[in-house]
Design a protein around this ligand. Sequence first.
Ligand code: ADP
Ligand code: MG
Length: 241
Amino acid sequence: MTDQAHVRLTSLEKHFGAFQALKDIQLSVEKGEFCALLGPSGCGKSTLLRLIAGLEEATSGRIEIAGRDVTMLEPSDRQIAMVFQSYALYPHMSVAENIAFSLEAAGVPKAKRLAKAAEAAALLQLDQLLDRKPAALSGGQRQRVAIGRALVRDPQVFLFDEPLSNLDALLRVQMRIELSNLHRQIGATMIYVTHDQVEAMTMADKIVVMSAGQVQQVGTPMELYDNPANRFVAGFIGNPA
Ligand code: ADP
Ligand code: MG
């Protein structure tokens, strides 16, 4: 068997009324790969991620995760976890309770929940902050709690939608490094939406360049560097397109 795709999208399309947001998307993401979806605002990145997560229904096409057709499954049955750019934490709960919350809904016993939360907190440098409330955290620490919430569920696939775009420039650089380290440590498949070329070039194994609802180019950062698909990518690289 040569087909190792962990996430496979086949002829995926999405219409909102008469507007076609996604056109004939074909994409394979390998197990353990860090895949960036890169493109300008409005090109369909979030819509694509929401289809993979099951938060939005595809108009047509197929979504497979680990060889299983999940196109018609509920989000909770897809073994994915999503981290958004706005990370609404529960203000009255501690860091540990926020991280463990989704496990409570899933019926995991308390001792197990707290152990999983502590384990996630250690990976995210939150272990000294378990009793704090969100109001007493920095922006970067809050984003780590949101990532911790995803981590405790042991998903097969992590989906990130511009998780660092609300942070200031210095924290963004720091969190990029930490997210790359986390990816290396846990070896999970990650699909990471961004409009930031630097972020995609520095973090991803594979970059999917999107434009107007379509996949325009797929390649490693070096392949894109050598052969930028469009001005959006070339603008960062400094090559005229
Ligand atoms: P991106 O994340 O790349 O900025 P989006 O996926 O959010 O882009 O949006 C892609 C296009 O689809 C945009 O033109 C947007 O206005 C449109 N769109 C997204 N969601 C909806 C919706 N629920 N109803 C109608 N149009 C939508
Ligand atoms: Mg978006």
